[in-house]
Design a protein around this ligand. Structure first.
Ligand code: NAP
Ligand code: ZN
Ligand code: ZN
Length: 346
């Protein structure tokens, strides 16, 4: 079937309208008419080839929500009319140790990422959510409860799970002291989620004008990182830092803000290597850990947690023709706090 979409044709060309082919639904597929798709900074890194070679045309978008419009014969989890979400991957082998332990993103055969990847056949390219429809195996679609603001749920499919997973893994609970570096799409979700888990949150930001927003989102403290002296008041205070910064920066000052044996979980994926001074880790036995999105089970757990706690993304809804402008504003740190494309406008 044909679907309307927005694609980049090269690393330097702006995204523009196009048409893509979606596969004919298989017995275990659902066809989702996409309502909204968030713009993740990963979309920008990929569309512009910043992380290495990108396969063009590239239709980005992995924060997808919509309605099921068709189901294959074997589909039991969804029926026509149900709300559904799709995150950063659309398939995996289902048999390897990582798939079996619900971490399909690390599938040993290679997960099929939602865009700029291939299906499990290793050759059919995948296209993301800046599109009118997507076809996905039912086990890789997420359930979304009715009666919630759908456009504010879309960013949970990447920004939400990417920050929820390390917060949980490193034991965030009532009274935990959590730092969040970078107040963008991931950062603002990290603040809301950490607060909802009962943590006291400190935001580290290069943007002084985001202080009032950070407090409204749930942060107690705000550190402007442009002045190194501002780190003194948080030295040795934090159990965990979730670092969401999308560009190269020096890790060392943040390590100083961790308690003994504290962890900085890295989710921001700068195209260039970051700097870190060994002594910042050695003294205090501190850790830097990586974290990649989350598996289907944990993503569903996060969606259910957000529904229960009424945690939604703060979004600016845009039409498809504003995608290129939204990319520029995101790069300048001007997003408040996630651009979401209304796919009716494709
Ligand atoms: P975003 O909305 O652009 O937010 C990034 C924030 O980082 C900015 O708002 C800004 O916050 C801060 N920042 C930007 N440039 C900076 C610089 N040069 N120095 C210091 N701070 C800077 O991006 P996002 O969508 O949240 O994504 C963030 C990163 O996470 C991207 O690299 C993305 O690819 C990656 N990501 C990783 C995963 C994963 O699974 N690990 C999943 C999704 C995204 P302030 O204005 O507050 O300083
Ligand atoms: Zn993403
Ligand atoms: Zn697998």
């Amino acid at each position: 079937m044909k679907a309307k979409a927005y694609a980049a044709q090269s690393a330097t060309s702006p995204l523009a309208p196009t048409e893509i082919e979606r596969r004919k639904p298989r017995p275990d597929d659902v066809v989702i008419e996409i309502a909204y798709c968030g713009i993740c900074h990963s979309d920008i890194h990929t569309a512009r080839g910043e992380w290495g070679p990108t396969h063009y045309p590239c239709v980005p978008g992995h924060e997808i929500v919509g309605r099921v419009v068709e189901t294959g014969k074997k589909v039991k989890r969804f029926k026509v009319g149900d709300l559904a979400g799709v995150g950063c991957f659309v398939d995996s082998c289902g048999k390897c140790t990582h798939c079996k332990s619900h971490e399909q993103q690390f599938c040993l055969k290679g997960a099929a990422f939602t865009y700029n990847g291939t299906e499990l056949d290793g050759k059919t390219p995948t296209y993301g959510g800046y599109a009118s429809h997507i076809v996905v195996r039912d086990g890789y679609a997420l359930k979304i409860k009715k009666g919630q603001p759908l456009e504010r749920i879309a960013p949970l499919l990447c920004a939400g799970i990417t920050t929820y997973a390390p917060l949980k893994r490193f034991g965030t609970k009532k009274g935990s002291k959590v730092g969040v570096v970078g107040l963008g799409g991931l950062g603002h979700m990290a603040v809301k989620l950490a607060k909802a888990m009962g943590a006291e949150v400190t935001v580290f930001s290069t943007s002084p004008n985001k202080e009032a927003d950070a407090k409204k989102l749930g942060a107690k403290h705000f550190v402007i990182t442009r002045d190194p002296q501002n780190f003194a008041k948080v030295a040795g205070k934090l159990d965990l830092i979730v670092n969401t910064v999308s560009a190269k920066h020096d890790f060392s000052p943040y390590l100083g803000a961790l308690k003994h044996a504290g962890t900085m979980a890295l989710v921001g994926a700068s195209p260039e290597p970051n700097e870190v001074a060994a002594f910042g880790l050695i003294f205090g036995q501190k850790k830097i850990a990586g974290s990649l999105i989350g598996g289907i089970k944990e993503t569903q757990e996060m969606l259910d947690f957000c529904a229960r706690k009424k945690v939604f993304s703060d979004v600016e809804l845009i039409s498809a023709s504003q995608i290129n402008d939204a990319y520029e504003r995101t790069i300048k740190g001007q997003v408040k706090y996630r651009f979401v494309v209304d796919t009716k406008t494709l």
